[in-house]
Design a protein around this ligand. Structure first.
Ligand code: F6R
Length: 239
């Protein structure tokens, strides 16, 4: 793993965002996998700024996202789709037909097969962006007895519900989500991983220095050939 440590979230956003901008400029019809959550926001802000400044165009880029809540309308303000719309999709020249998202309100088995085929039909994901949960989850792959493969429906853990429920003020936080599986994430050609803050320090330690185990789903990244890790000093404090 290529581990890079920065002082501020903004510096990370700029450094990670620059990798995307350069990649898109070299590969205008690339396939990108995105993540939601607080961590990637500065990266999306940087990409949006560069697009607005005419330094990059997303017009032929195709995107997928890691996960989506179940039992929450796509248009609800807390859906991951709306998060992406607010933070990136509405600010760049991506074409709506090039945006694919897991549907958390349909049959999970059929949806998993559809998503896997859609990714394959577009040639696979070139760069997948990842954050990490305090319990070591990536996407919504929670600690488990075995590593998952393709997308599936998962019951969220109390740790994840506690971390994300701060965003829900009008409806209860969903208890289930559709998530890309570990197998699909590991197929991405390149992974950009970002973690910031003390609350992530233990998970980051276990991911990089711990044994590879589904009890810390992120630890599987030790076996991926191309992972660039962006950390602030707090997240790196136990390394
Ligand atoms: C969401 C996702 C999650 C988050 C993780 C960290 O698409 O993949 O694994 O990356 O829960 O969330 P934040 O960044 O809010 O701390």
């Amino acid at each position: 793993m290529d581990i890079r440590i920065f002082k501020t979230e903004q510096e990370i956003g700029e450094a990670a965002g620059k990798i995307y901008v350069d990649y898109i400029n070299e590969n205008p019809s690339c396939v990108l996998g995105f993540a939601t959550g607080a961590t990637p926001v500065p990266t999306y802000t940087y990409m949006a700024q560069q697009c607005k400044a005419g330094k990059v165009s997303f017009k032929d880029v195709k995107t997928f996202n890691l996960d989506e809540y179940c039992d929450l309308p796509k248009e609800h303000k807390n859906s991951f789709y709306m998060f992406m719309y607010d933070n990136l999709f509405s600010k760049v020249d991506l074409k709506p037909e090039n945006i694919d998202f897991l549907d958390g309100n349909t049959d999970p088995v059929a949806e998993s097969a559809r998503y896997a085929k859609s990714i394959e039909d577009k040639g696979g994901i070139d760069i997948q962006l990842l954050g990490i949960g305090r319990n070591g989850h990536i996407a919504f792959n929670e600690p488990a007895d075995e590593f998952s493969d393709e997308a599936y429906k998962i019951k969220l853990t109390e740790s994840t519900i506690e971390a994300n429920s701060i965003y829900f003020d009008d409806v209860p936080m969903p208890r289930y989500a559709m998530t890309m599986g570990i197998g699909s994430i590991m197929k991405a050609r390149k992974i950009i991983f970002i973690a910031t803050g003390k609350a992530k320090a233990q998970a980051v330690h276990d991911m990089i220095k711990g044994e590879v185990t589904p009890r810390c789903p992120a630890s599987i990244l030790q076996q991926h050939p191309d992972v660039t890790v962006f950390l602030d000093e707090d997240a790196a404090s136990l390394l």
